[in-house]
Design a protein around this ligand. Structure first.
Ligand code: ITT
Length: 193
């Protein structure tokens, strides 16, 4: 079967594809010409994940899964949070996001943070269910590693001294907010079959 991820972020699609293995053929909106851009007007991960999954599921056949995610930093009052993608000023510009995060965190003693991911499954314009995952960790002073995407070079998950960008895809997927949310999606889909 096919699962369409309601994302334009190819890194999300790649991680989900790795974790789903041969359970589904994983596509995303980049594989469909002429899909409308979805405006993320919500103020929560659940609202934005719902907007993306419902909108795309009106245009494609079968199951659609969205992923709205972000980084919450305690010393910054939970920022960048829902606005993680445009924190550095330009939507999806990861180097600028990381540069701003480093600047804002300079000299801060409290380094605790977490990634959050909310996923919504939809079909034919209807929400089937939603799922969330989080991973706690801390923000380092400077970036380390070349794997992953986004804030991964600045984020070390709890129990590790290395960042998600250093740990590699297998370790990241086994601990990450996305991996934890997706494990719940898989369990839900299997219990439904
Ligand atoms: P779509 O809306 O098309 O799915 P997006 O990247 O804009 O793509 P979001 O609005 O959910 O998605 O923003 C998520 C941002 O949070 C993302 O751009 C990264 O900056 C950050 N982020 C999410 N998951 C991450 C991860 O696993 N590692 C590093 N950064 C992550």
């Amino acid at each position: 079967p096919i699962l369409v991820i309601a994302t334009r972020n190819a890194h999300k699609t790649q991680e989900i594809r790795e974790m789903l293995g041969d359970r589904y053929r994983v596509l995303d909106v980049n594989d469909f010409p002429n899909l409308p851009a979805v405006e993320e007007t919500g103020t929560t991960f659940l609202e934005n994940a719902t907007l993306k999954a419902v909108a795309i599921s009106h245009h494609v056949t079968g199951l659609v899964l969205s992923d709205d995610s972000g980084l919450e930093v305690d010393a910054l009052g939970g920022a960048p949070g829902v606005w993680s993608s445009s924190y550095g000023g330009e939507e999806g510009n990861h180097p600028k996001n990381n540069a701003r995060l480093m600047t804002e965190m300079a000299g801060k003693a409290d380094r605790t943070a977490r990634f959050r991911c909310t996923m919504v499954l939809a079909e034919g314009g209807n929400v089937l269910a939603n799922f969330s995952g989080t991973v706690d960790g801390r923000i380092l002073d400077e970036p380390y590693g070349a794997g992953g995407f986004g804030y991964d070079p600045l984020f070390a998950p709890e129990g590790y001294d290395q960042t998600f960008a250093e740990l590699g895809a297998e370790v990241k997927n086994s601990l990450s907010h996305r991996g934890r949310a997706l494990a719940k999606v898989i369990a839900w889909l299997e219990s439904r079959d």
